[in-house]
Design a protein around this ligand. Structure first.
Ligand code: FMN
Length: 220
């Protein structure tokens, strides 16, 4: 494997940060690139069934801090030590109205001709395949949101910004506390971003470890 390749270098460089340097915050120009990269994430039928709640103000961080009252306290210090926390939320009831925003943006971006608007809704067939009797699309829309998370992790590595993906959040408390901002979306995973603490982030010093190629690939 050629480890000089930029993609491989990025992926070897990144690690899950266990302790942040409180003194360092992310410059706005890097945040602009990050948010744009997140917006450009791919998704099934271009559904983009996500919402990203960026917890950056002191007041919002206080609210996030409260959600660690009962569970996953190992992730709690990231609330104030990292630069910010991003909630990755998905739409649990993706509907034709939601897809209309995508279709109409496609027309605005000149990807779809206005007269083809109705046929552009053909993509909804795929969403319907992934909708249960009660209108629940969670399994499908949540999967799309994790694609955005993966894209975000790689983008952060390119920008040399550290991060901690966190399924270790109290989803009941997070979804209750940020109910207004989530506006019907569901958050099951969050991401802390910032810069790791040089002495105290033990994970920064550990070698990367992954399953062997032959164990995970089947070449036929
Ligand atoms: C979806 C997801 C959720 C994770 N949740 C947590 C978490 O709550 N706390 C934590 O410290 N690490 C969490 N991790 C980090 C993983 O343990 C880590 O990515 C894995 O061990 C590989 O290590 P690396 O990221 O340093 O390469 C999570 C990772 C992912 C992708």
């Amino acid at each position: 494997m050629n480890e000089k390749n930029q993609i491989i270098e990025d992926l070897l460089w990144r690690h899950t940060t266990k302790k942040y340097d409180k003194a360092r915050k992310i410059p706005q120009e890097d945040l602009n690139i990050l948010f744009e990269a997140m917006r450009l994430s791919a998704s099934s039928i271009n559904s983009q069934p996500w919402k990203f709640v960026v917890i950056e103000s002191d007041e919002a961080k206080e609210r996030m801090n409260k959600t660690f009252a009962h569970k996953f306290q190992t992730n709690q210090p990231h609330v104030f030590d990292s630069s910010m926390i991003i909630l990755f939320a998905y739409n649990p009831h993706y509907s034709r109205d939601d897809y209309a925003e995508v279709v109409d943006k496609g027309i605005k971006d000149k990807r779809t001709k206005p007269e083809k608007r109705e046929s552009a809704f053909g993509g909804m067939f795929f969403a319907e395949l992934n909708t249960d009797e009660s209108g629940d699309t969670s399994a499908w829309t949540k999967a799309q949101t994790y694609l955005a998370l993966g894209n975000t992790l790689h983008t952060l590595a390119r920008l040399k910004i550290d991060s901690t993906p966190m399924e270790g959040i109290d989803t009941d408390l997070v979804n209750e506390e940020f109910k207004k901002e989530l506006d019907g979306y569901q958050c099951d995973v969050a991401l802390a971003i910032g810069y790791h603490h040089i002495e105290e982030d033990y994970n920064a010093k550990l070698p990367k470890s992954r399953r062997e190629h032959k164990s995970i690939f089947v070449h036929i």
